[in-house]
Write a protein that binds this ligand. Structure first.
Ligand code: 2IT
Length: 446
């Protein structure tokens, strides 16, 4: 495989799609060895086919604010790869959303979903809508307008969206409600639904819980217990919240969380009501963490800074793509970090990943570490199909098992000659092999 040539061709076809090209480049570098060993992949032109989405929907989303002013946002759904199951992946509402960012997310989702062991293809959607400062009614109207177009393209066996940045239970409720009204049926076309209307226990916590389960497996390969370790987390939304809950429950001490405005350092540890308060901050629609420092004396707010300058054992980026760069990584390594679990999708830049791998620290990439979220969405779909709901214990047990299986797959495909586990390579190869082999089996349909 000639990675440079493939990348040059892709860049010419999709100029300026920076995040998408970044995500593809990483996967190609990881899989070139297994690709070259399996001539059937080249015969079926798997790379040329796997890097293009099956299809993309782009539509306008007009809505009126509380003063009656009309706004127009752009809505997207990228149905990236449906080889192994219905398209599955979240909806992101964030001003940074572009076709490029959703293509990178859909591409990543394809391999992540393959890793979960459940039959789900990859998709992603969203809008450049900014919820900051918006009222609940404005958010409802926006979600309804978004769904007025999207509902035609989704369905329980074709494409099943979920939440992502800016889309939690509230937004899923408004979108699912509109879908139900338009489609006239009650099929579980969304995951992340409320418990009263088809949702699954543990789904809100699942991404964070799964990430911490994965981290404990990584630590175990070096005989390290998470108990007593210090943890820094970026973000303060649903994913960061779940990670803080589980890390604390397992005896670690979370000392930092962050927002777009800066980070909070709390030496006493962010536990109990402080973790609950993260949800309050998110629901305020202000997108800031600074109020934490006023509410909890002893903690400190660092305006405009990232949490990676704090000395910790474990760092968990839980916010957004490319939030941790080469300088941040060098700082973490200098401060003796043991393990970095990338919980956000592509949270680390290529320079950061290179720094971690060179330093031989434990580094888990997003598509493995955060796969517990979509895996539990898969479990929600199973429960909906069965018209049943499982207990907390049952869902958690399955989630734990899935995270362990993903870790094993990474070890199997990513262990290098000197024994170092390259989880980036392991996750990319394991996910790729499943999708690529399926594409060969199914004939030239996509
Ligand atoms: O990035 C992700 O895996 C998600 N936002 C969750 C997707 C899902 O369908 O649960």
């Amino acid at each position: 495989m000639d990675v440079n040539k493939l990348m040059a061709e892709l860049e010419a076809k999709h100029p300026g799609e920076k995040e998408f090209l970044q995500a593809v480049h990483e996967v190609l570098e990881s899989v070139k060895e297994v690709y070259d060993k399996n001539p059937k992949f080249e015969k079926h032109k798997i790379i040329e086919r796997i890097v293009e989405p099956d299809r993309v929907f782009i539509f306008k989303v007009p809505w009126a604010d509380d003063q009656g002013n009309i706004h127009v946002n752009i809505g997207y759904r990228v149905q990236f790869n449906g080889a192994i199951g219905p398209y599955k992946g979240g909806i992101r509402f964030h001003p940074s959303v572009t076709l490029s960012s959703l293509k990178f997310l859909g591409f990543e989702q394809t391999f992540k979903n393959a890793l979960t062991t459940l039959p789900m293809g990859g998709g992603k959607g969203g809008s450049d809508f900014n919820a900051k400062g918006r009222s609940d009614n404005e958010i409802m109207r926006f979600c309804q307008s978004f769904m007025l177009e999207l509902w035609k393209h989704i369905g329980p066996e074709t494409d099943v969206p979920a939440g992502d940045i800016g889309v939690g239970a509230r937004e899923v409720g408004y979108m699912y409600g509109m879908y139900k009204k338009l489609a006239g049926d009650h099929t579980g076309v969304f995951t992340g639904k409320g418990l009263n209307w088809g949702g699954s226990l543990i789904r809100p916590e699942a991404t964070g819980f799964g990430a911490v389960y994965f981290v404990t497996h990584m630590l175990k390969t070096r005989g390290i217990d998470i108990k007593g370790k210090t943890v820094s987390i970026s973000g303060f939304g649903n994913v960061a919240w779940g990670a803080a809950l589980k890390a604390t429950e397992l005896g670690a001490k979370v000392v930092a969380i962050s927002g777009p405005d800066g980070y909070i350092y709390d030496e006493a540890g962010i536990s109990g009501e402080k973790i609950d308060y993260m949800l309050e901050l998110r629901h305020s629609n202000q997108d800031i963490v600074a109020p934490y420092a006023q509410k909890f004396p002893g903690s400190k707010f660092f305006a405009g800074k990232k949490p990676w300058e704090v000395k910790v054992d474990i760092a968990l980026p839980c916010a957004i793509q490319n939030e941790l760069n080469g300088d941040d990584a060098a700082m973490l390594v200098k401060n003796g970090v043991t393990c970095v679990g990338e919980v956000s999708n592509m949270g680390c830049t290529p320079e950061a990943i290179e720094t971690f791998i060179k330093a031989k620290i434990l580094f888990g990439p997003g598509k493995a570490v955060n796969a517990g979220g979509v895996a539990t969405s898969g479990l929600e779909m199973s429960q909906n199909s069965l018209k049943m709901s499982w207990t907390r214990e049952e869902v958690d047990m399955r989630l734990k098992q899935i995270m362990e299986n993903i870790h094993t797959a990474c070890v199997d495909h990513g262990t290098e000659k000197d024994g170092y586990i390259n989880y980036v390579k392991g996750a990319n190869i394991a996910g790729f092999m499943k999708v690529a082999n399926t594409m060969c089996d199914l004939g030239l349909i996509m």
